[in-house]
Design a protein around this ligand. Structure first.
Ligand SMILES: [Zn+2]
Length: 325
């Protein structure tokens, strides 16, 4: 009888072993890795694919401003979350007829092993090599957006032109700003390290105000999160999507209270004003937006709800298109 029990347990273990994927079994249960790839959707005639570079836990109580810890707990609980909150690092691929465009590049190696760095594998899974990328649109110069520009200190996208708001280059390469900044030197050296190879190769194009930079893509500077923080709007056949950069980080809190800022907002008052006016406009116009730190794919609509907003993610589609232009 005892023998039978042992054999039964052995069989059960073998069965469980077969059912649990090796990668899951090797990781601690709270470390969940996803497959490489992306989430694609059609915007007019253009294929847009969300890529996920990874996720990072964010301590909302340490990061957010103008809200109490008790309020944060209440809002997170209302969204079935608790502190710290897992934040996505999303980048986006836009496939134009003559251009293969990345919006942001993720953190690359800047956050260390296990946090970020998946954009290249995502691109590879889609059959895209780094040299295929013709243009990179940076929403701003923070390392969770520029980090993927380099790997082991070398530029990754050697054929690409990098677009960025001019005030970000002016600010992050200004030694006086670096000396006096409350963020410390690393905040500046991170941006410099990732951008310098492209600046040295004369591959960086800057813009101010609002400019059509590629067919159907308009870049507009909205100073606040950083001095050169930019939106990129893609228009195609009456459809559009706006890549908004870091106007929102922690959805459960900042959708309910758009006045709440984050420590990373370099100019807190301007960043708040940008968030409030952009949310209002996107909700009123029913505009599709893509946000780097909302849960992957970070693409959806804002709906006005009382004094705040609801986030409506895009529908999930997984079938052959009837016609693709
Ligand atoms: Zn960011």
């Amino acid at each position: 009888m005892k023998m039978m029990a042992h054999r039964l347990i052995a069989v059960l273990f073998a069965w469980v072993g077969l059912q649990v994927p090796l990668s899951y079994a090797q990781n601690a249960p709270h470390l969940l890795m996803q497959q490489s790839g992306g989430y694609a959707l059609q915007v007019g005639a253009v294929r847009v694919t969300a890529l996920n570079d990874g996720t990072v836990p964010q301590d909302a109580k340490k990061l957010l401003r103008h809200i109490s810890s008790a309020q944060i707990d209440k809002l997170l609980a209302h969204n079935f979350q608790s502190n710290p909150v897992e934040g996505s690092i999303n980048a986006y691929l836009i496939q134009l007829p003559q251009h293969t465009v990345l919006v942001d590049t993720g953190a690359g190696q800047m956050f260390g092993p296990g946090k970020g760095g998946h954009v290249l594998a995502d691109l590879a899974a889609l059959g895209i090599k780094p040299d295929d990328v013709t243009d990179i649109l940076l929403t701003h110069a923070h390392v969770d957006h520029t980090g993927g520009l380099i790997k082991d200190g070398k530029p990754v996208f050697t054929k690409a032109t990098v677009y960025i708001g001019k005030p970000d280059i002016d600010f992050f390469f200004d030694n006086a700003q670096m000396k006096n900044s409350p963020y410390g030197q690393g905040y500046f050296t991170g941006a410099r390290t990732t951008l310098k190879p492209y600046l040295d190769a004369n591959k960086v194009k800057t813009f101010t105000g609002s400019e059509l930079i590629l067919p159907g893509i308009t870049a507009t500077v909205h100073p606040g999160h950083t001095p050169g923080a930019a939106f990129y709007r893609l228009d195609s056949e009456g459809d559009s999507i706006t890549f908004v950069g870091d106007i929102i980080h922690i959805a459960a809190v900042q959708l309910a209270h758009p006045k709440v800022t984050i420590i990373y907002d370099q100019d807190q008052a301007k960043a708040r004003a940008v968030r409030i006016s952009a949310f209002a406009q996107f909700a009123k116009q029913g505009e599709l937006i893509a946000a780097p730190h909302l849960s992957f794919p970070g693409i959806g609509h804002l709906r006005h709800d009382g004094s705040g907003y609801d986030w409506i993610p895009v529908d999930y589609v997984n079938r052959a298109a009837e016609s693709v232009n």
